[in-house]
Design a protein around this ligand. Sequence first.
Ligand SMILES: N[C@H](CCC[C@H](N)C(=O)O)C(=O)O
Length: 297
Amino acid sequence: MASHVQFLKMNGLGNAFIVIDARKTMPQLGADAVRSLANAQTGPGCDQFITLEASPAGADVFMRIHNADGGEVEACGNATRCIGRLLLAETGKTVVSVETVVGVLTAYRGDSQDMVMVDMGVPKFGWQDIPLSEPFEDTRAIELQVGPIDAPILHSPSVVNVGNPHAIFWVKNDVESYGLEANGPMLENHMIFPDRANISLAQVHNSKELTLKVWERGVGLTRACGTAACAAAVAAHRNRFTERKVLVHLPGGDLTIEWREADEHILMTGSTELEYVGDISLDDLTWRKLPDQDRVG
Ligand SMILES: N[C@H](CCC[C@H](N)C(=O)O)C(=O)O
């Protein structure tokens, strides 16, 4: 078995990924290795660790997603865009397919090499689909006593599943003014969320624009979260706050989200960045950036 593996350091609006292409050699990296590499103190650092594998469903690739805490999860919109960029360049096609544990997603070339649009599929709203531990018939507004951020709530929180679970708290003031870093762990692990949840604070500016701050399940605060942007855009429209197409501002940049009326699919468009190629020693997980001329593939 190879003693080293190359990786790509990529990001979608600052949402950081380490990408390993295991379609040729499958490196044995367990949860402990993921945690070590995802931690910027001990590795390159990332929010999600992405492993590319052959697709059993015949898609261009199977994308396996692990959060920085080592847990495997169902969806990652920004990573899907980054992998879409790699596949679009690798295949020369204008449309590529990415299989995940919750289905096959489609990625489309955008107006430039770094811009990618992903069809994230159809959202789910049933309380069992989120999932929630209690029955709520109207998941646009669930009753959740959460203390500190109750006060400025404009509207009870909404929950949506876009492959992964999301809760959106509608706030009146600047999303930076609620100390999400302090409230995040309590909300992520609230007993109402048996699978935990990704937590967003959303400030709606007008019918076409909102701002998000996200505490990601298994990660913490991130610069951007694609599935959160999808969930918030859908929940905002369901609450009649916005139209079906909105511009979502995140700390790392903007995403355009459209919840298409014809088929209820969510389309997410935004930029991606390939930062560098690196190399990891599988013996001791030490790593280094590779100079351009040493890149393979
Ligand atoms: N950053 C990712 C979401 C990761 C969600 C993950 N934290 C989870 O546990 O579902 C995105 O762009 O969609």
